[in-house]
Design a protein around this ligand. Sequence first.
Ligand SMILES: NC(=O)c1ccc[n+]([C@@H]2O[C@H](COP(=O)([O-])OP(=O)(O)OC[C@H]3O[C@@H](n4cnc5c(N)ncnc54)[C@H](OP(=O)(O)O)[C@@H]3O)[C@@H](O)[C@H]2O)c1
Length: 240
Amino acid sequence: MAEQRAVLVTGASSGIGRVIALRFGAAGWKVAINARRQARLNEVAKAITVAGGEAFVAPDNLTEFGAHERVVNDTLEHLGRLDVLVNNAGMGRFEAVEAVQDDSYDDQFKLNVWAPLAMVRAVVPHFKQAGGGQIINIGSIVGYVGIAEGSVYSASKWALRGLNECWREELYPHNIKVAYVAPGFVLSEFNGRTEAPASNPDASWAMVPDDVAHAVLCIATQGPNSDIREIVLQVRDRSP
Ligand SMILES: NC(=O)c1ccc[n+]([C@@H]2O[C@H](COP(=O)([O-])OP(=O)(O)OC[C@H]3O[C@@H](n4cnc5c(N)ncnc54)[C@H](OP(=O)(O)O)[C@@H]3O)[C@@H](O)[C@H]2O)c1
């Protein structure tokens, strides 16, 4: 029987990352989960283990120096291997350009661009040693188009897509695959939204985290000669 594969998901305490972690667990993977809110991570880990999976909680703030190496090394120590990194942690702040706050650039670029870069820096030596790996970056549809009052957030997701392209070229000779997943509007806690469909007026048309998790699982389980570059998920109803 093939050895159980292992995935590390950042931003797994809520929304898209939480459901990605649950889906990997249900599919029989060992799952390491990161975010800042440890109590939330413990709940996700419990759900994975109750369903028969194996989970490791790696709480850390990915905007702090040193966190990335710590999370990757602790994961390797506890799970014994790492096959897939999902760079999902992210934030968005929506402001008219004349109202952009002084810290908006630093906050969003630190988490949405620098943190994935630092995670990739930490994981690549292990992937090279293991003979390969898969990196999945959760970008956004606004990494392809502009959005009014979302200029800094959109620019951060364009930047992440730029990194994605560079890493693809740099890392494929080492059998390390890199993919960009670009969702449209998803019900989550993103930008102060509420995830609960019952109380959410967007529930009739928006996507749910499971839609994104489906795409991520598809990439993680592709065949050895396939190298999915990007998956863009538009909402079916484009009228809102
Ligand atoms: N929802 C959408 O419509 C949408 C559309 C396109 C793309 N996306 C992208 O999808 C990803 C997930 O967002 P979401 O919608 O699931 O929102 P969410 O529910 O707010 O999830 C964000 C996750 O990031 C974690 N996080 C935030 N700051 C962190 C930090 N400094 N260090 C470590 N983890 C941190 C949060 O956990 P803690 O607070 O516990 O740290 C949380 O688990 C983001 O990259 C977002 O840009 C979302």
